[in-house]
Design a protein around this ligand. Structure first.
Ligand code: ADP
Length: 256
């Protein structure tokens, strides 16, 4: 299903003169990968929270398919999209295996517990993400980067058609950044719709994604990464030190 925002505006402080997001009209097509880029504080996290229904629009709406998000029941939302926050408030004394099993509950009736099939899904996804060795550890005993991978694994286990990820690689080393982005790339090929925020324009190039460039709460540009991730387009946002490195055989965005 497509995701649209219609004149979406948001204020944390209802009395503030200026909204954090100002009349966003997005039209995100089913099966596409979309990277939100922009400076700290431009509104990326807020937009993802609105798409996930964790904040309510001050004005306008979020539409999944032909339904306004506010009319979709919480339980049904978990069947449509999975959300990966930047930082999670998790209970420290839950083992990773048990936490991941919660990802399967969107397909179970309220009286059912994850069974053999669900636990196999947990193991397979943990294996795919290289975290099988963490399954018996408690959430409080793993590193920030490991926790980020656990949250991503939980979202993949939900197996929804849409993934909303807030800076999913922010705490990851280069190897795991590559692993997670590669998995997102292959998941996208299965036809899922992905919306993620990132601080690294190169991630959009790697994912060959669409880009939604946000500045000061408004969408200032949109398009294919290949066309939009250009020095002349990024200097007005990120400053005059943006440049390209041609050493890789392709034009990677860097700074000097
Ligand atoms: P980004 O993810 O692009 O860094 P955010 O969406 O987190 O930006 O923040 C957008 C703006 O909203 C910033 O000015 C930030 O200070 C403000 N903001 C974010 N969260 C809150 C909050 N819970 N209460 C009040 N203001 C907030």
């Amino acid at each position: 299903m497509n995701i649209k925002t219609s004149n979406l505006s948001f204020k944390y402080d209802k009395k503030a003169a200026k909204p954090v997001l100002n009349h966003l009209n997005l039209d995100i097509k089913e099966g596409t990968v979309n990277v939100l880029l922009g400076l700290n504080g431009c509104g990326k996290t807020t937009l993802i929270k609105l798409l996930a229904g964790l904040e309510k629009p001050t004005e306008g709406s979020v539409i999944y398919g032909d339904k306004n998000l506010k009319d979709i029941k919480i339980r049904d939302r978990a069947k449509i999209f999975a959300y990966v926050p930047q930082q999670a408030n998790v209970t420290n004394d839950i083992p990773v295996r048990q936490y991941l099993s919660y990802g399967t509950t969107n397909t179970l009736a309220f009286y059912e517990h994850p069974g053999k099939e669900e636990m196999e899904k947990v193991e397979a996804t943990a294996n795919r993400l290289g975290i099988s060795h963490l399954l018996e550890k408690n959430l409080g005993e793993i590193s920030g980067g490991e926790l980020q991978i656990v949250l991503i694994a939980c979202a993949l286990i939900q197996n929804t058609e849409i993934l909303l990820l807030d800076e999913p690689t922010s705490a990851l080393d280069m190897k795991n950044q590559n692993l997670v982005l590669s998995i997102l790339k292959s998941v996208a090929k299965e036809g899922k719709t992905i919306i993620l925020s990132s601080h690294n324009p190169n991630h959009a190039l790697f994912l060959d994604s669409n880009v939604i460039l946000i500045n000061n709460g408004v969408v200032c540009d949109e398009g294919k990464a290949k066309e939009l991730i250009k020095v002349n387009k990024l200097i007005p946002i990120y400053g005059e030190h943006v440049c390209v490195s041609k050493d890789l055989g392709y034009e990677e965005i860097s700074f000097k």
